[in-house]
Design a protein around this ligand. Structure first.
Ligand code: SF4
Ligand code: SF4
Length: 194
């Protein structure tokens, strides 16, 4: 699936997000790296079973990988077979993390870098950051205990999503997730930023 985000832009986004993290400490120590070892459902709740350790790439993000990475296994899925936006057609890539929870931090995919945040577009099409609220097969203490997240992490993630939603495929993904959220939670959606 073609996205308008170039490899250079993705590299810049990876670099920006390399400089931030949800906490100053390794939050994996709080939970045994639950989000790396308890399933693959970050942002794509209907995607895989609990034994599939891995993550979906965003459209076009495959440009960031050589496919020779020994820590990754590649699986091609058809967007039409899963709960993706109607505008998504063709291949979406699912990466199996063969060495989870360990992986080269500087190469981890975008969805791993955003967690536990998710983008949300309100009814006026204004972007906010919210907690990831898909049904997850594990508990993330950052969410359940509302542990304050680093502001630079929140701001950087917001900046990245501001850019990413310029791409029609990613805009449609955020609209789809936001519509579900609005339907479920209405006025109770908690905006973390802005
Ligand atoms: S993001 Fe949440 S679930 Fe993942 S390692 Fe950090 S605290 Fe654990
Ligand atoms: S790529 Fe790394 S950070 Fe992301 S789920 Fe796999 S092991 Fe965890």
């Amino acid at each position: 699936m073609k996205s308008s985000i170039t490899k250079n832009t993705l590299k810049a986004i990876y670099r920006l997000l390399d400089r931030v993290s949800p906490l100053d400490q390794d939050c994996g120590q709080l939970c045994g790296a639950a989000c790396c070892t308890c399933g693959s459902e970050i942002n794509f709740p209907d995607s895989k079973g609990e034994d599939d350790f891995g993550i979906y790439l965003l459209p076009g993000e495959e440009k960031m990988f050589s496919r020779k990475e020994e820590w990754l296994g590649w699986e091609k899925n058809h967007a039409e077979d899963y709960e993706f936006p109607d505008s998504w057609h063709g291949t979406v890539y699912f990466l199996h993390c063969k060495t989870a929870p360990c992986c080269p931090r500087e190469n981890r995919p975008l969805q791993c870098r955003f967690f536990p945040l998710a983008p949300h577009l309100d009814e006026d099409d204004v972007l906010h950051m919210v907690y990831q609220d898909s049904e997850l097969p594990y508990e993330c203490p950052l969410i359940s205990q509302e542990i304050p997240l680093n502001e630079d992490f929140i701001r950087a993630t917001y900046t990245v999503w501001k850019h990413l939603i310029q791409d029609p495929l990613l805009y449609d993904l955020v609209v789809m997730d936001s519509d579900f959220r609005i339907e479920d939670l209405g006025d109770e959606i908690e905006y973390l930023y802005p």
